[in-house]
Design a protein around this ligand. Structure first.
Ligand code: ATP
Ligand code: MG
Length: 286
């Protein structure tokens, strides 16, 4: 498939659903009532391309975590619909939703969330053990080789660096071979060297293992690892950038003045940038 890289937030709806790992259609999420009412997501329509690395950026409070939780089925939407693949989450019973999350979604948190009493290896296979599923050894070997921690598998989290712990958490998210991995500021607690380890691993999981990753980040350098950046502002999509680099992300952020970021379009993609049969330049759509 060949797609011209869209140039505005309105052009997000370009990919057919079959090319999307997840999508939200007119998703609104409201917290609280009366004076405490907060519209965290305001009629967002977007898609997460399969086999691509998508970054989500935006100011604090712009709705990034809420979007991740809603797309992952960890939280319900107030109105609109979320799909994982072609399954509409709003129509699932709690039991089916739990099973879908377990089988098809991986989540990586800022605080690693490893079980301290288990070794790295045991942490990685925990989701499979809980599900009572026999590990796919070949897949696990690939994951473990890709995180580069084979010699640390018997260590407990406290004996690993932050970057190593987060790589174990990423491997745990990958263990079930999910359709999509959501990572909410996975490098938020890491120094730049450990961040690079984790970001490289996530990118390899996309490029070499065909995974789909969506990552929230505040860091233009981290966003530069992705294939696509989606910018949020005030619960809405403010724009997007295909084939980002740290500099292009900074330029975009600089050009979208804080007061009216939601109204401005991102700059034109670099000349000749389009998706031709790979994830590059593919973008979100309903
Ligand atoms: N459980 C909740 N109850 C009430 N309001 C909430 C709740 N969770 C989030 N919010 C509000 O919704 C809005 C979006 O929050 P969200 O956590 O999605 O932002 P974010 O973009 O992830 O911010 P950050 O970069 O600080 O993590 C904020 O105004 C926040 O205060
Ligand atoms: Mg957040």
């Amino acid at each position: 498939m060949t797609l011209a890289a869209p140039t505005s937030a309105e052009a997000l709806a370009v990919l057919p659903p079959g090319d999307l790992a997840a999508r939200g259609v007119h998703v609104t999420k409201v917290y609280g009532q009366g004076n405490a009412r907060v519209v965290a997501l305001d009629m967002i329509t977007l898609g997460i391309p399969k086999g691509a690395y998508t970054a989500v950026m935006g100011p604090s409070g712009s709705g990034k975590s809420t979007l991740m939780h809603c797309l992952a089925g960890l939280d319900s939407v107030t109105s609109g619909e979320v799909y994982i693949g072609d399954v509409a989450l709003g129509r699932l019973s709690d039991k089916r939703l739990t099973r879908l999350r377990r089988d098809r979604v991986g989540f990586v948190f800022q605080m690693f969330n490893l079980v301290p009493t288990l070794t790295a290896a045991e942490n990685i296979t925990l989701p499979l053990d809980i599900a009572g599923v026999k590990p796919d050894r070949a897949w696990l070997d690939t994951v473990i080789d890709t995180i580069g921690l084979r010699d640390r598998l018997r260590h407990r989290p406290a004996e690993l660096s932050g970057g190593q712990q987060q790589r174990v958490a990423c491997a745990r998210a990958l263990a079930t071979r999910p359709d999509i991995i959501f990572a909410d500021e996975p490098t938020g607690n890491l120094d730049s060297r450990s961040s690079a380890e984790v970001l490289s691993f996530l990118r390899r999981s996309v490029r070499e293992m065909g995974q789909t990753v969506v990552m929230v980040t505040h860091d233009p350098v981290a966003a530069g690892y992705a294939d696509l950046v989606i910018f949020l502002n005030d619960g809405r999509i403010a724009g997007q950038l295909a084939e980002p680099t740290a500099q292009r992300v900074l330029d975009w952020l600089g050009q979208s003045a804080p007061a009216d970021a939601a109204a401005s379009d991102p700059p034109e993609p670099a000349p000749g940038r389009s998706a031709a049969g790979d994830s590059k330049g593919k973008t979100a759509g309903q």
